[in-house]
Ligand binder design. Structure first.
Ligand SMILES: Cc1cc2nc3c(=O)[nH]c(=O)nc-3n(C[C@H](O)[C@H](O)[C@H](O)COP(=O)(O)O)c2cc1C
Length: 192
């Protein structure tokens, strides 16, 4: 698959096949894609926690919000929880460049998951302190971003910006998840 197609397919997923569990090995392989990615000053300050254990997954799932813009009926049911999580952790103080590592790592994992037929939801809306306690995170590290992973149980696709200008994701009449993206003409503001 061409990279652009992979990027286009790698849409955020919030409803998973809950009975499809991800192994520690699968999660570790996804982390390996982040490990090999670019890093500001190559300092590589990020560390990763993989969660394959079902009980810990359920506990983590209770600490995150997926699909804040969706109605409760449009969010995951009890049988659609993620099959695993990866938590990206880093030092409390990270400058702008170091924080960029978080996004780069997350997208590497997202793309690797998509390539493997899985899907991902990057989650900033997490109860960080409670998650750190659950994971017994070393005190010098903080939760930066949580990635929910699993086999997708919803159709997601890209659409153009809505006629009212909104870029908020939504479900269409077929309960398919639609993600508006700006056009290339809007994205590139100067061509010299
Ligand atoms: C840094 C970051 C934090 C995010 N946090 C959340 C979140 O807390 N909950 C959620 O459901 N989605 C979250 N998302 C997913 C975005 O909502 C999603 O990327 C956006 O709707 C565009 O969809 P796409 O990823 O399919 O392009 C986050 C994405 C990023 C990059």
């Amino acid at each position: 698959m061409k990279l652009k197609e992979l990027i286009s397919r790698a849409r955020t997923c919030r409803r998973f096949k809950g009975d499809h569990r991800l192994s520690s090995e699968t999660l570790a392989d996804l982390v390996d894609h982040a490990r090999l990615s670019a890093s500001a000053r190559n300092h590589q300050v990020l560390r990763f926690i993989t969660i394959a254990d079902r009980d810990t997954c359920e506990a983590m799932n209770a600490l995150v919000v997926m699909g804040g813009s969706l109605t409760p009926e449009q969010r995951a049911t009890a049988t659609q929880h993620p099959g695993g999580f990866i938590v990206i952790a880093g030092p409390e103080k990270m400058d702008d460049f170091a924080l960029m590592d978080v996004g780069i790592a997350a997208q590497s994992i997202n793309l690797a998951a998509c390539e493997a037929g899985l899907a991902c939801c990057m989650i900033g809306a997490v109860k960080r302190n409670e998650a750190a306690a659950l994971l017994e995170l070393p005190k010098e590290l903080q939760v930066k971003l949580v990635l929910a992973l699993g086999e997708p149980d919803e159709v997601r696709h890209l659409v153009e910006r809505r006629s009212d200008g909104s870029l908020t994701y939504y479900r269409d009449e077929n309960d398919e998840h639609c993600v508006p993206k700006i056009s290339l003409e809007e994205a590139i503001i100067i061509r010299k």
